[in-house]
Design a protein around this ligand. Structure first.
Ligand code: 1GP
Length: 250
């Protein structure tokens, strides 16, 4: 089964899917093995791997480590073309549709496409939208684009609709890793109600209540990253998964 089908199956059966973002700069080796096993036991649906600023050159190694420890899918979440790897199960083929920077809309994609074809990697076309979240995030700075104002859900909705009409498979509302504030519930609600494709929400989600609110407002996929970089929080992975899997806990 393709990765996209697996995610859609989780959405259908559990109400929403919960993916954990792994930044290869932050975790590797035995600690990574323990973490992914713990996530699988806690009913996480898969892993995003990547980041807007990757300092180390260990992407392949990290992907191999994850695959050796779990059968959950690994999905590249690339901050740049150098983050394409045949060790992943799929790649979120993201176009930064909230910005007007041509490189991030289509430029880097042209460079990556032949590589993806050659390694026969599943692509999941995703409209990626940065949403203002308090202070400036790494994704905003690195992409040289300004986010959609958090009090303008109608701009987010129009942008997301355009993504759907362009044939994209998902829309990702991104507060940015470590965001001060998560994407506003009203925006999640307006965008999700207008769309027939799944809406992914991530950035600045640090408690299960917030994760649940995103699903209650229409999110089909919730992503967390930073929060579980601290081992002291690992015991809460199951609580987050349960909060996102709304059909199983209602
Ligand atoms: C970042 O949406 C993801 O791209 C996750 O954000 O690290 O803030 O959980 P956090």
């Amino acid at each position: 089964m393709k990765v996209q089908e697996k995610i859609n199956k989780s959405i259908l059966e559990k109400g929403a899917a919960y993916l954990v973002l792994i930044d290869p700069d932050d975790i590797s080796g035995e600690r990574l093995i323990n973490f992914v096993r713990h996530c699988e036991a806690s009913e996480v649906d898969g892993f995003l791997v990547g980041g807007s600023l990757m300092m180390s050159n260990i992407l392949d190694e990290v992907l191999e480590t994850i695959s050796s420890a779990t059968s959950l899918p690994t999905i590249l979440f690339p901050g740049s073309v150098s983050q394409v790897s045949n060790k992943a199960d799929a790649i979120l083929f993201i176009s930064l549709i909230s910005g007007r920077n041509a490189e991030h809309l289509i430029g880097t994609h042209v460079i990556a496409a032949p590589i993806i074809k050659r390694i026969d990697l599943e692509t999941i076309s995703t409209g990626y939208m940065l949403i203002e979240s308090g202070r400036q995030t790494t994704a905003e700075y690195m992409s040289g684009s300004s986010p959609i104002p958090r009090n303008k859900p109608e701009i987010a909705t129009a942008t997301a609709l355009a993504a759907e009409y362009l044939g994209m498979k998902y829309v990702y509302l991104e507060g940015g890793s470590g965001a001060e504030k998560s994407v506003p519930n009203e925006m999640v609600k307006m965008v999700s109600s207008a769309l027939s494709i799944p809406v992914i929400v991530g950035g600045g989600i640090r408690d299960s209540k917030t994760a649940r609110e995103k699903v209650e407002n229409g999110a089909s996929v919730v992503i967390t990253g930073n929060f579980f970089e601290d081992d002291n929080n690992w015991h809460l992975v199951k609580e987050f998964a349960d909060a996102v899997h709304i059909k199983e806990t209602e």
